[in-house]
Design a protein around this ligand. Structure first.
Ligand code: AOS
Ligand code: ZN
Ligand code: ZN
Length: 435
């Protein structure tokens, strides 16, 4: 893939040069933090190694500019094909060292050249995470419409079309090396009485069972719940209860996927995570942040403490040696006012930050405070970890992986976006832009 901007503008040498200017300060900060942590009985390198091993997948739709119901403001140099999306994803990976896989979305990422797509990914040293199907939108030429639902539609012909699409996604994913299918449907109702709530769920289980039956033996089905939108009265898989019952009904390869933006305001998401861990059905995440609804904002940008508390549950599950905890970490965010490459890098780093802070929790002491019902000190034990500035750990983890100490600064000085703008003339489109 000669001449692509990823190869031209984010060379390893450019990262090394940028790092060389920052390395001495980082070493000093890292040493100081290491001394502080040693006093608390924590060996800094063990945290840094864990952070360096943390990975999260980039959603292919995340590298384009999203929008709102009202407008979309495309930015210069947007990727126009799945191949160009991979280029942007590889830049994010080179700079952060935390995002080696991409989560594709079909038919948005459709190409007649799956072998070429795999070769392109190999050349860019990228792999593929869960494949996402799309039965919430009609595509040109499609025989049946999803206007009134897909897997749960009253008409069996629509359900069969949606099932066939999901099975097609599994086949494409299998050629690319994916190991999971994420199932999110927009099915639901806008009015009380519009849909028989019980029958719609039964139709979901029946359709999902056919998709489940097509999974290769080493694949997983990730069921994503969402409280509302596009349906505003009732969504068929509206919460973790419906998701968990579906996973338990379908079989051992079915798991629940938690998208942080898919809950009512103030819902205790870390509690949901804890319960799904207990049920051994937590399969993964769509990370993002939100203030009001499915806002798809950058991870940690609104409520970093909530993100920390979610990671705290995951680290606690590891600490309690919960078996078979294999989670798909994926971002799911949309950008209307930022450069998506910068926002995705920022999200990946915020996840690492929450993870590092969670690793600093003194779990033995916390356990004692909990046993003694010392609410104040238990809460302070979490806060102490959360308020530790772990920036030197994150930067050191990146540097040791050959990534950038300062990913956004290095990206901005690379001129990558301007080079893309020159190479990728805009695709003019008009319309709303929710992704
Ligand atoms: C929709 O709200 C869900 O978050 C899905 O994961 C969806 O497939 C993704 O946002 C792309 O539209
Ligand atoms: Zn999602
Ligand atoms: Zn969503």
């Amino acid at each position: 893939m000669t001449g692509n901007p990823a190869a031209t503008f984010i060379q390893a040498r450019a990262i090394e040069q940028a790092n060389a200017r920052l390395q001495a300060d980082l070493e000093q900060d890292y040493q100081r933090l290491g001394e502080l942590l040693t006093r608390n009985g924590i060996e800094i390198d063990s945290v840094t190694n864990a952070v360096a091993a943390f990975e999260v997948a980039i959603p292919s739709w995340g590298v384009g500019t999203g929008g709102t119901r009202f407008a979309r403001f495309p930015q210069p140099g947007e990727p126009r094909s799945v191949f160009e999306k991979l280029e942007d994803c590889s830049v994010i990976q080179r700079l952060t060292g935390a995002t080696p896989r991409v989560s594709l979305h079909f038919p948005w990422d459709q190409t007649g050249d799956i072998a070429g797509l795999k070769a392109c990914a190999d050349e860019l040293k990228l792999g593929f995470d869960a494949v996402n199907s799309n039965t919430f939108q009609d595509r040109p030429g499609q025989t049946q419409s999803y206007k009134f639902g897909s897997l749960t539609h009253t008409d069996p012909a629509v359900r069969e079309q949606a099932i066939a699409h999901n099975i097609e996604c599994i086949k494409i994913g299998a050629q690319l090396g994916s190991k999971a299918l994420t199932l999110w449907i927009g099915d639901g109702a806008n009015f009380p009485g519009q849909q028989n709530l019980a029958r719609a769920y039964e139709r979901y289980l029946e359709s999902a069972a056919k998709i489940y039956a097509a999974l290769p033996s080493d694949w997983r089905l990730l069921i994503e719940h969402k409280m509302y939108e596009p349906a505003f009265y009732a969504t068929v898989i509206q919460d973790w209860g419906s998701s968990l019952m579906a996973a338990q009904t379908l079989g051992p390869k079915a798991f629940c996927l938690v998208d942080l933006g898919h809950h009512a305001p103030n819902v205790n998401i870390e509690m949901i995570v804890s319960r799904l861990v207990h049920a051994r059905r937590l399969g993964g995440f769509h990370f993002n942040d939100s203030k009001y609804g499915d806002d798809d904002l950058d991870a940690g940008s609104i409520d970093p403490y909530r993100l920390f508390l979610i990671f705290n549950e995951l680290v606690d599950a590891q600490w309690r040696k919960t078996p078979d905890l294999a989670l798909a970490h994926m971002l799911d965010q949309s950008h209307n006012v930022t450069d998506p490459v910068e926002s995705l890098m920022s999200s990946a780093i915020e996840l690492q930050r929450a993870y590092a802070q969670s690793l600093l929790v003194d779990r033995r002491t916390l356990d004692e405070y909990q046993q003694d019902n010392d609410a104040l000190m238990a809460s302070h034990t979490l806060k102490r970890a959360f308020t530790t500035d772990v920036q030197p750990i994150l930067a050191m983890a990146r540097m040791r992986r050959g990534a950038a100490i300062d990913p956004i600064g290095t990206y901005r000085s690379s001129g990558y976006r301007a080079a893309c703008a020159a190479r990728r003339p805009a695709n003019l489109s008009f319309g709303g832009g929710i992704v």
